[in-house]
Design a protein around this ligand. Structure first.
Ligand SMILES: NC(=O)C1=CN([C@@H]2O[C@H](COP(=O)(O)OP(=O)(O)OC[C@H]3O[C@@H](n4cnc5c(N)ncnc54)[C@H](O)[C@@H]3O)[C@@H](O)[C@H]2O)[C@H](O)CC1
Ligand SMILES: [K+]
Length: 501
């Protein structure tokens, strides 16, 4: 079996660790950090809006606002027209913010109170709330955010789009929708998944040359993977291989009327490099499946006994696409769980799991969307989405196996391991059948010798990047799961749409 390259990725930190850093670096060091943050933000603004002549910098009461005053001072010194705008209740409260505001005003900078509009500047800088957001932004702050959105002007958010919870990715109240967000010191875990992704725009990072002993004190809470990591995750295929060595996948599903789901999973497994793919489905789907994909080996299943030889020869079993929750599906589900082969459980297999007293094995992989995760955890979807890291971790601990929590910023959790975030994919992928393709991807990579965590991470990244490639060809609206299939093959061979490696 081919041995994949070790996954790399980018470490993500929780904001709490950063709060610790700032507290430790308070006083003169703290202002040095703030001075660096404001200057880095000014450079970022010039990099992306070099022709901007008029700026509005919206400052909050804390040190995020302090960063804004430092940027405003640089802008003022450059001769540009800049105004600091703030709520009447947002005069600077912290010593560092007060110092930054005093220096800005001493240099001749203007501060005005928000009166309902933000004008029509070339760029708006959002320095209202950063990692210190402590509750839902509402009332006057919500009005301010609405005026910023109504202006239609590009927004550079400092550290965090104001109103977004930088730890968990939830958006408890009103929040800024940024064009770009410049994070300080270290990438925030909360800005890589969930509702936050609607608000961050393009993310970048200014490390502020933090002293090593302060950076080393911060705990990594997740590891982020994006398209740039993908090609290194696929080792070239050995020359002297044969179809058996490339992994044998069995896809189980396709109850009456749902044959398409298991077909998509089977084709995705083939396009992700599986050597042999068998399909256990309802007899009426065998002919259409063969017509569409002669490389798959469909068998019409009318009794669970027929499944045994297929389970025995498979390296990995993907069960759930179109399985249904009727007698046929439940019988096959029970049989599959009893044979001890590594499983990828999706869709109805997850619903049957939630309704059964059974637990998956340590070798299995679950691929729930937030609704299926909520059912398995016995909580609401809103609670899952409010803290996706916690939901993925809880489900992984409860089930004792790898969990792929799908959605914007898919999370991959493994027992007692730092979770991983997939930073790829697009809203066009929120259509029926995309999960079936993901199931096939992951099963194929598992069958080719990757452990469950690596197969789930690489499969979820491959699937999301293929979705971005397909959307890049014809747009997100009307994107079909089958549009991903050629891109799976291309990306699994380490090439990009342009053919480059
Ligand atoms: N971490 C570092 O090393 C650095 C941090 N910098 C910047 O500082 C902010 C964090 O500043 P902090 O003072 O802790 O809080 P914020 O400025 O983010 O805002 C909190 C501030 O606002 C009040 N508040 C919180 N939520 C609400 C709300 N919903 N409605 C109204 N008011 C609210 C709260 O009471 C505080 O007063 C960090 O993001 C960086 O931008 C350094 O400058 C760079 C290094
Ligand atoms: K901000």
């Amino acid at each position: 079996m081919e041995q994949p390259s070790p996954a790399r990725g980018t470490p993500l930190y929780d904001a709490a660790a950063l709060r610790g850093v700032e507290t430790q670096a308070a006083g003169d060091d703290g202002f040095a950090l703030m001075a660096k943050a404001g200057q880095a933000a000014w450079r970022e603004l010039l990099r992306h809006w070099p022709d901007a002549q008029t700026l509005v910098v919206v400052c909050g009461p804390g040190n995020n606002g302090g960063d804004g005053y430092v940027l405003a001072r640089h802008a003022h010194a450059s001769g540009r027209t800049v105004r600091v705008l703030r709520l009447a209740t947002h005069a600077p409260k912290t010593p560092l913010a007060r110092r930054a505001c005093d220096e800005y005003e001493a240099a001749g900078g203007v501060v005005v109170e928000f009166g309902g509009t933000v004008g029509h500047p070339d760029v708006i800088v959002d320095a209202v709330f950063g990692i210190g957001l402590s509750r839902a932004a509402d009332g006057a702050a919500a009005e301010l955010f609405a005026a910023i959105a109504a202006s239609g002007r590009p927004v550079l958010s400092l550290d965090v789009p104001s109103g977004v919870d930088a730890d968990h990715g939830r958006v408890p109240g009103a929040a800024i929708v940024a064009t770009r967000t410049l994070q300080f010191i270290a990438p925030h875990a909360g800005l890589a998944t969930g509702a936050a992704l609607e608000h961050v725009g393009r993310l970048s990072l200014a490390t502020l040359d933090l002293p090593a002993h302060l950076r080393d004190a911060m705990a990594v809470v997740a590891t982020r993977f994006d398209a740039d990591d993908l090609s290194a995750m696929f080792a070239p295929r050995p020359r002297n291989t044969h179809k058996g060595a490339s992994g044998r996948v069995l896809c189980i599903g396709g109850d009456s009327g749902k044959g398409g789901a298991v077909m998509l999973a089977a084709e995705a497994a083939l396009r992700s490099g599986a050597g042999l793919v068998a399909v256990a489905t309802q007899p009426l789907h065998v002919a259409p499946l063969l017509a569409r994909c002669p490389e798959a080996m469909p068998v019409g299943i009318t009794s669970a006994r027929q499944l045994d030889p297929m389970l025995d020869t498979a390296d990995v079993v993907a069960i759930g696409p179109g399985l249904g929750q009727g007698d046929w599906g439940r019988t096959l589900f029970e049989r599959a769980l009893s044979r001890g082969k590594p499983l990828v459980l999706d869709a109805d297999a997850l619903n049957l799991l939630a309704a059964s007293a059974r637990l998956p094995s340590h070798d299995d992989i679950l691929t729930p969307h937030p609704g299926e995760a909520a059912r398995l955890l016995g909580i609401s979807v809103a609670e899952v989405q409010a803290n996706r890291y916690a939901a993925a971790r809880l489900l992984c601990q409860a089930m004792g196996c790898v969990v792929v929590l799908k959605g914007a910023g898919t999370l991959v959790a493994a027992p007692d391991t730092t979770p991983r975030v997939v930073s790829a994919g697009n809203p066009g992928m929120a259509v029926g059948g995309m999960g079936d393709v993901l199931t096939g991807c992951i099963a194929a990579l598992r069958a080719q010798g990757r452990d469950a965590f690596d197969a789930a991470t690489t499969g979820a990244l491959l699937h999301a990047v293929a979705g971005d490639d397909a959307a890049g060809e014809g747009g997100e609206r009307g994107l079909l799961p089958s549009d991903l299939l050629p891109h799976l093959r291309r990306r699994a061979n380490g090439t990009t749409p342009g053919g480059a490696r």
